[in-house]
Design a protein around this ligand. Structure first.
Ligand code: G3P
Ligand code: CA
Length: 244
């Protein structure tokens, strides 16, 4: 069965990368969530997509220049500035993990360290995973493939997956060379044959970001490992409708 991962929570319906978005993913029965992490100036792992707070909050500046306490004073309700989402703030990864303790949702952590070289990010993320005993339900992905290999070396029990956005040649071979059990390609970068061949070679495929019904149909029909979508409820209903 194709799993459904809620991208940045349920980013199509709720403020991205906030607890509200993750609660929504649980409510609509997503199998997993995807989230992005950066480091604050006091070395805390926070869940936010961009290197700055400008787009998603009412603040300005780089995440690396805020302490956890400071960043959590901001409202992370970009795009959804109604009363319902007013209290949204930037969560720490620890807060997300505390919530994950109460369910069985898979968590895909994307390390956002392609632009910023966050020293110690890999060690901190792996340390938190170990503290919570989540080695078997976390997938670490990144566009920075050196970083996911570093994670694998620190803790081989945690699955890693390279993100990529253009035509990688025989990506299953590349994944195997990294010791990755999956690839996370941009939807535009994977043809059906690549999905099938990767899966036949034991490599899971979780394309992003799959928001249109016809795109979801295509991947569900192929039996693709998972889809990463801003609209997990829509994907769940479609998957249900196909069960017959
Ligand atoms: O995990 C896939 C996807 O999240 C990567 O792109 O920019 O949405 O983080 P982006
Ligand atoms: Ca992401």
């Amino acid at each position: 069965m194709t799993l459904i991962f809620a991208h940045r929570g349920s980013a199509g319906t709720h403020p991205e990368n906030t607890m509200e978005a993750f609660y929504e993913a649980e409510r609509v029965k997503a199998d997993g969530i995807e989230l992005d992490v950066q480091l604050t100036k006091d070395g805390e792992i926070v869940v936010i997509h961009d290197e700055t707070v400008n787009r998603t909050t009412n603040g300005k500046g780089f995440v690396k220049d805020y302490s956890l306490k400071e960043i959590q004073k901001l409202q992370a309700n970009y795009k959804f500035k109604n009363k319902l989402f007013k209290k949204n703030r930037v969560p720490s990864l620890r807060e997300v993990f505390l919530w994950l303790k109460g369910n069985n949702i898979i968590c895909n952590i994307e390390l956002k360290n392609s632009i910023m070289d966050y020293q110690g990010l890999e060690e901190k993320v792996i340390g938190l995973i170990r503290e919570f005993g989540f080695e078997d339900r976390i997938i670490i992905s990144s566009f920075n493939h050196y970083s996911i290999v570093a994670c694998y070396r620190l803790e081989p029990a945690v699955e890693i997956a390279p993100l990529y956005s253009s035509g990688l040649f025989m990506p299953w071979i590349y994944a195997q060379s990294l010791r990755a059990k999956a690839i996370h390609p941009n939807l535009k970068a994977v043809k059906d044959e690549i999905i099938i061949e990767s899966m036949n070679n034991g490599i899971c495929v979780r394309p992003y970001t799959v928001n249109k019904v016809e795109q979801m149909e295509r991947l569900l029909n192929l039996g693709c490992t998972a889809i990463v979508t801003d609209y997990p409820e829509k994907a769940w209903k479609l998957r249900e409708s196909k069960k017959g």
